[in-house]
Design a protein around this ligand. Structure first.
Ligand SMILES: [Zn+2]
Ligand SMILES: [Zn+2]
Ligand SMILES: [Zn+2]
Length: 346
């Protein structure tokens, strides 16, 4: 038989063969009671083409299902899922595991969420959070305050995470506190933020022969190099430059900006972790030695900024001193212990 003689019809977006045989009136009655019309017998003697009264769209169902249960219109189901997702502020992609939907979050990440959970989001009872975005945010917030996000809280408290401070101390911290920075490190009591610090440049010759440079900040770069970074006492490692920075907090800011600049200017210069993992104990921030002159130039710039800043501060102090000489009463007032509206702060 040639293809053209086989009667077919389209159901939904599927082209189906029309099966021979009558559509019995009592089938039509059952279908009608359940909200459908039987349009044709299709595929084989077990399947029917139905039209849903509620939406007017076509679907395929088993005759057996029609007789023993209520067929579920896939179009209406899809509509309901889409509406649910719209209401929850996400985009429906596809059904996932039973009771779960695959969705796209407003940030662009894909995720799977329980339908019941999305109902609650739609009703405003809860919020949907993106895991990868949350991790990225937590990481950035931690870096802002000199901490590195290590992972989940070992005690299993959902509002907490485990972090490592720049001083090396590892501590559980509430995420909300990390956001504001209102807590102290139990390892150094936060002294690093106000203590003098350094931006350093180190050079490593890896066992592969490759020359790598590292920039970072530390209160004591000499000790950091020998006791924290190097895994082998004979490693060819040298501290080649140290820029003194008045406070740890400033050092952290300069260092962050430096890395950002280096990543932008030399996107390929960052070494892959696998290249140095067994030799240098850092998470990232090892660059190819070829950019050492550029790093040095950026450090020159930082040195100039620090010098300019301290000159500005000295000038301000001199100006203040002259002013105080001329207006001794003001100085008295400033020296008096805090009693005004600012009392109790800091
Ligand atoms: Zn329908
Ligand atoms: Zn996201
Ligand atoms: Zn600390």
């Amino acid at each position: 038989m040639s293809r053209s003689t086989i009667p077919t019809m389209t159901f939904g977006n599927r082209r189906c063969v029309i099966a021979p045989g009558p559509i019995h009136p009592h089938w039509q009655k059952i279908a009608g009671d359940k909200g459908f019309d039987i349009i044709a017998r299709i595929r084989d003697r077990y399947h029917l083409g139905l039209r849903h009264h509620a939406c007017g769209r076509d679907m395929i169902a088993k005759l057996y299902t029609l007789r023993t249960a209520a067929p579920l219109c896939p179009h209406c189901l899809s509509d309901r899922r889409r509406e649910l997702c719209d209401g929850a502020g996400v985009t429906f992609i596809a059904p996932a595991r039973p009771h779960y939907l695959r969705i796209r979050l407003p940030c662009g990440h894909e995720a799977e969420r329980q339908q019941e959970f999305l109902e609650r989001v739609k009703a405003g009872q809860t919020e949907i959070r993106c895991g990868p975005c949350l991790e990225a945010r937590l990481k950035a917030e931690a870096e802002e305050h000199g901490w590195t996000l290590i992972g989940p809280d070992p005690n299993g408290v959902r509002s907490h995470r485990l972090y490592r401070h720049v001083c090396g101390h590892v501590q559980r911290v509430a995420m909300a506190n990390m956001q504001t920075g209102r807590f102290t490190c139990h390892g150094c009591a936060g002294a690093w933020t106000t203590d003098p610090s350094h931006i350093y440049l180190m050079r490593f010759i890896l066992r592969s022969g490759r020359i790598a440079v590292k920039v970072g900040f530390s209160r004591n770069p000499w000790s950091r190099l020998r006791h924290q970074l190097v895994t082998d006492r004979d490693q060819d490692a040298a501290l080649i430059r140290v820029v003194a920075v008045p406070t740890g907090h400033q050092a952290l800011r300069y260092e962050k900006r430096l890395h950002m600049t280096l990543r932008t200017l030399f996107p390929g210069a960052e070494l892959d972790r696998a290249e140095f993992a067994s030799e240098v104990r850092v998470l990232s921030e090892l660059y190819c030695g070829s950019i050492e002159p550029e790093v040095n130039a950026l450090l020159d710039d930082i040195e100039l900024r620090i010098a300019a800043l301290s000159r500005r501060r000295a000038k301000l102090r001199r100006k203040q001193a002259r002013h105080d000489e001329r207006h001794p009463r003001n100085r008295q007032r400033r020296k008096r212990p805090a009693g005004g509206p600012q009392a109790g702060r800091g």
